[in-house]
Design a protein around this ligand. Structure first.
Ligand code: UDX
Length: 423
C-alpha cells in the first residue's frame, strides 16, 4: 500500500518505519525542514533502539520524508500522527490535528481512488468523527462515500517501540464503515495480533482508558507500597501475590517514585479534564495523579530523614530519563526531585546513560557526570530515579560516597546498603 504518515515525531517515525518494514511505500510529511533533511539523510532525529538501523535500511527505497502533502493524493491511507500537547487546563490541544486534516483534504481534491484518513494520535473522544471528518470533507470537496475515516490508536512503549509495533497485544480499529476498517487491517497484514473493530469514538476512548488504567495500577502499587513500608512488608512480594490473580496481571505493579513520560501524565490529565467538562467528577483519576505527584516528595522526605537538613549536602541523582532505554525526560520524576533538592539548598550531581544533555537544557545549574561513580564521589546521599539495568551492577562505586545513604526509587539496586522508597 501507499501510505502518507503525517508527523515525523515519535509516533509518526516509529509507525512509518514499522509500516516500511511490513513492505509498504511510506512518505513522512513533516513541517520541520531540519527533521525532513535528517530523515532523508538516514539520521534519526530521536533515540530509539533499532531506529537508526531501520532508517538506513528503508530510506530512499520505500521510505522518504517531505515538507509537502503531495503524496497524500496518491496514497491509500493517510495516518495522522501529529502531537496533541496539553493545554493549561490539562485538556488536549487538537489544533495540529485540525491543520493536518485541512491539508489532507486539500491534497485529496483530485484523488479519484478511495482514500482512508486514519487518526493515530491520542485524541479526545469524538475528535475523528466530529472534527477531523468534517474538516477533511470540507477541504476536499468530496462526498462521505469517497473518503473513509478510521481511528487506530498506538500502544507503543518508548525504548521498546519496534518490538511493540511488530508484536502488538491487539490492533484497535475504529471506523464507521467496513471498507475503511478493512484497509487499516490490510495495512497491518503480516502481524499476528487480534484485531478489535469498533466505533471511531470507542477507539479513541480505548487509548485513554488503557493508559489511565495502567497509570492507576502504578499509583495503586505506590499507595500500597507506602503502607507496606510502615509495616516493614515488601511491596514487591505483595504485588507478586496480587498479580498472580488471573483477573489482574503481574505487570505495571512495580512500586517506586512514580510514572513519567509523554503519555501517562498527559493522558490521565486529559481524561480528568474531559470528565470535568462533561459534568463527571474524576475522583479516581485525580487520585492517580495525586499519588504520582506525592512519590517524589516521599523520596526527598526519606532522604532528609536519613541525611538531616539537605542544605549544602551533595546529593547524587542516578537516572534522569523517565524510564530506561530512552533519552526522553518528559515528565520524568527526576525533574520534581532535582527541583526539590535545589529548593532545599542541596548540591546535585547527576548521571544518566542517555539523558544528561536533555536535562542540562532544562536544568543547567547542576553538575552532570559521565558515569555513576563520578556523581557519587563524596556525596552525602544518593537517589536512584530511573530503572536503568546498569544501576543494578553498582556496588563498590557507592564506597566513594561520604556517607552511604542510598534511596532506591525503582527497586533496581542489588547493594544491601540501599533502602527502597516504599520497601
Ligand atoms: C506508555 C504505555 O505503556 C504505552 O502503551 C502508550 O502508548 C504510551 O505510554 P511509555 O510512556 O513509553 O508507554 O512508558 P511505560 O513503559 O509504559 O512507562 C511509563 C512510566 O511508568 C515510566 O516512568 C515507568 O518508570 C513507570 N512505571 C512503569 C512504574 O513506575 N511502574 C511500573 O510498574 C511500570
Amino acid at each position: 500500500m501507499k501510505i502518507s504518515v503525517i508527523g515525523g515525531g515519535y509516533v509518526g517515525l516509529i509507525s512509518a518505519l514499522g509500516l516500511a518494514e511490513l513492505g509498504h511505500d511510506v512518505t513522512i510529511i513533516e513541517i520541520d525542514k531540519s527533521k525532513v533533511d535528517l530523515i532523508n539523510s538516514a539520521k534519526s532525529p530521536i533515540y530509539e533502539q533499532g531506529l537508526q538501523e531501520l532508517l538506513e535500511k528503508h530510506i530512499g527505497k520505500n521510505l522518504s520524508a517531505s515538507l509537502s502533502y503531495e503524496s497524500v493524493g496518491g496514497s491509500d491511507v493517510s495516518l495522522i500522527c501529529v502531537g496533541t500537547p496539553p493545554l493549561p487546563d490539562g485538556s488536549a490541544d487538537i489544533s495540529y490535528i485540525l491543520s493536518a486534516a485541512e491539508k489532507i483534504g486539500e491534497a485529496c481534491k483530485d484523488n479519484s481512488d478511495f482514500h482512508v484518513v486514519a487518526v493515530k494520535s491520542t485524541v479526545p473522544p469524538g475528535t475523528t468523527k466530529d472534527s477531523v471528518k468534517p474538516v477533511v470533507l470540507k477541504h476536499s470537496g468530496k462526498e462521505p462515500e469517497e473518503i473513509g475515516f478510521a481511528m487506530n490508536p498506538e500502544f507503543l512503549r518508548e525504548g521498546r517501540a519496534f518490538e511493540d509495533f511488530l508484536n502488538p497485544d491487539r490492533i484497535v480499529i475504529g471506523s464507521e464503515e467496513p471498507k475503511s476498517a478493512e484497509m487499516i487491517e490490510m495495512m497491518y497484514a503480516g502481524l499476528s495480533a487480534p484485531v478489535l473493530k469498533t466505533s471511531l469514538t470507542a477507539a479513541e476512548m480505548i487509548k485513554y482508558a488503557s493508559n489511565a488504567l495502567l497509570a492507576t495500577k502504578i499509583s495503586f502499587a505506590n499507595e500500597v507500597g507506602n503502607l507496606c513500608k510502615r509495616f516493614s512488608v515488601d511491596v514487591y512480594d505483595v504485588m507478586k501475590g496480587v498479580g498472580m490473580d488471573h483477573r489482574l496481571s503481574p505487570h505495571f505493579l512495580n512500586a517506586g517514585c512514580g510514572f513519567g513520560g509523554s503519555c501517562f501524565p498527559k493522558d490521565v490529565s486529559a481524561l480528568a479534564s474531559l470528565a470535568m467538562k462533561m459534568g463527571e467528577n474524576p475522583y479516581l483519576l485525580n487520585a492517580v495523579l495525586q499519588v504520582n505527584e506525592h512519590q517524589p516528595e516521599k523520596m526527598i522526605e526519606l532522604l532528609e530523614a536519613r541525611t538531616g537538613p539537605l542544605s549544602q549536602k551533595k546529593i547524587a541523582v542516578l537516572g534522569l530519563a523517565f524510564k530506561d532505554f530512552t533519552d526522553d525526560i518528559r515528565e520524568s520524576r527526576a525533574i520534581p526531585i532535582i527541583k526539590a533538592l535545589l529548593a532545599k539548598g542541596a548540591l546535585v550531581s547527576a548521571y544518566d546513560p542517555l539523558a544528561n544533555e536533555h536535562m542540562k537544557a532544562l536544568i543547567p545549574k547542576i553538575t552532570y557526570c559521565t558515569d555513576a561513580k563520578s556523581a557519587l564521589l563524596n556525596a552525602d546521599g544518593c537517589l536512584v530515579v530511573t530503572e536503568w539495568p546498569e544501576f543494578s551492577d553498582l556496588n563498590e562505586e557507592f564506597h566513594v560516597m561520604k556517607d552511604q545513604i542510598i534511596i532506591d526509587g525503582r527497586r533496581i539496586l542489588r547493594t544491601e546498603q540501599a533502602e527502597g522508597i516504599c520497601w
